[in-house]
Design a protein around this ligand. Structure first.
Ligand code: BYC
Length: 340
């Protein structure tokens, strides 16, 4: 754990009186200056470095939500492993879902370097205190949904996550490099499977279009609320955690995806979608933010099901963790005895 002498953490200010004003000693001021300089120089902050409490908290919030999104993100596609249409598609899907589990593990490990325990993060997820990406609270109704998740959901994730490879916190940035490599494979396999379906029967093409119609708007919302309604953006940008705003990334995603949709031969379900010569970007229609917030706040179509599945998986896996710990304890005792 770090000693954060400039800390204005949770425990402080709980009394009824006025919040104590943090006293900045010369020593503290030097630490703040060194931290700020490293951020200004686009350097990396490492776990052993001094950091302001607000930086640590912002990172824990974002990285843990990101980790939760990865492991909850295994569920909508995991539903289709037993129903994949061929051995090849099944093998690809198993590998992809495993990758998402791995991403969750890298990210929980990165968050742990900030002094929060994995048990605490998982407890927050399982009790509904923690957020995870809104996108995983929608159902996967047909096989084309799996392809569309790869193409659009992973495509949106890559757009958001490539800049995180340059995030100011070293362990998060390094985890994201590996995550992005794998996500890019996920996106391509999804797009390829949709290309195959679009060259298939009329019914297959209709399945793809139906899946695109259901996922398109949810993917645009994935980037988070509009910049004007994004309370965390200012601190994320100031500390070099976020490099682009929610709206900028959303626009980049739209601009990159429209030509891909044309090649695929699907229509994106937005009558307002058109190239704006003056802006040099595609214009797009309004996003239903009420629906987004309802889903984020627990009332989406699959929120309850997703959480219940996670809690059950955690409970069912308890004996494995107990056994691993018992084995580790026995081994440590044996080694200590042999060394004595
Ligand atoms: N869903 O101030 P804002 C993946 C929350 S994994 C739910 O803009 P920030 C994948 C936000 O947390 C995808 N909640 O926040 C995995 C905040 O609430 P709190 C996940 C959302 O942090 C498996 C409040 O709204 N990717 O793609 O500056 C298979 C206000 O928002 C959402 C990441 O986590 C949402 N969509 O910006 C396939 C990437 N959006 O915390 C694919 C890392 C916003 O104040 N995270 N909220 O209670 C980020 O880049 C940023 O955290 C966000 C939000 C852009 C998501």
């Amino acid at each position: 754990m770090y000693t954060q002498s400039f800390s204005v953490g949770d425990g402080q200010g709980k009394s009824n009186g006025p919040k104590p004003v943090p006293v900045i000693s010369v020593d503290d001021a030097e630490k703040v200056a060194a931290f700020e300089q490293k951020i200004a120089d686009d350097g990396r902050i490492e776990p052993q470095d001094w950091m302001p409490e607000a930086y640590r908290k912002t990172l824990i919030r974002q990285i843990s939500q990101h980790a939760h999104s990865e492991i909850v993100g295994m569920l909508p596609e995991g539903n289709w492993i037993s129903r994949a249409p061929s051995l090849k598609r099944k093998a690809i899907l198993i590998a992809k879902v495993q990758d998402e589990g791995g991403h969750g593990l890298y990210l929980y490990s990165a968050a742990e370097t900030l002094g929060v325990s994995r048990d605490k993060m998982l407890d927050d997820l399982h009790t509904g205190r923690a957020k995870y990406s809104s996108i995983f609270n929608y159902p996967t109704l047909n096989w084309a949904d799996v392809g569309v998740i790869g193409w659009l959901v992973d495509g949106a994730a890559i757009m958001n996550q490539i800049p995180l490879c340059r995030c100011s916190y070293g362990p998060y940035a390094r985890a994201m490099i590996r995550v992005c490599k794998e996500e890019s494979f996920h996106q391509r396999q999804g797009y390829e499977s949709l290309l195959v379906m679009m060259r298939g029967t009329e019914e297959q093409r209709a399945m793809v279009q139906d899946a695109v119609n259901r996922w398109w708007w949810k993917c645009l919302a994935m980037f988070g609320p509009p910049d004007a309604d994004s309370p965390n953006s200012a601190i994320g940008m100031r500390y070099g955690i976020k490099r682009f705003s929610n709206d900028d990334l959303r626009q980049k995603f739209v601009d990159a995806t429209v030509p891909q949709a044309e090649i695929l031969g699907v229509t994106l379900p937005d009558p307002d979608l058109k190239w704006n010569e003056a802006r040099g970007h595609y214009d797009y229609g309004p996003i239903d933010w009420d629906e987004f917030w309802r889903t984020v706040n627990g009332d989406g179509p699959c929120n309850k099901e997703r959480l219940a599945t996670r809690v059950k998986a955690d409970r069912d896996g308890q004996w494995v963790r107990d056994a691993a710990l018992a084995h580790a304890r026995k081994r440590a005792a044996r080694e200590a005895k042999e060394a004595a």
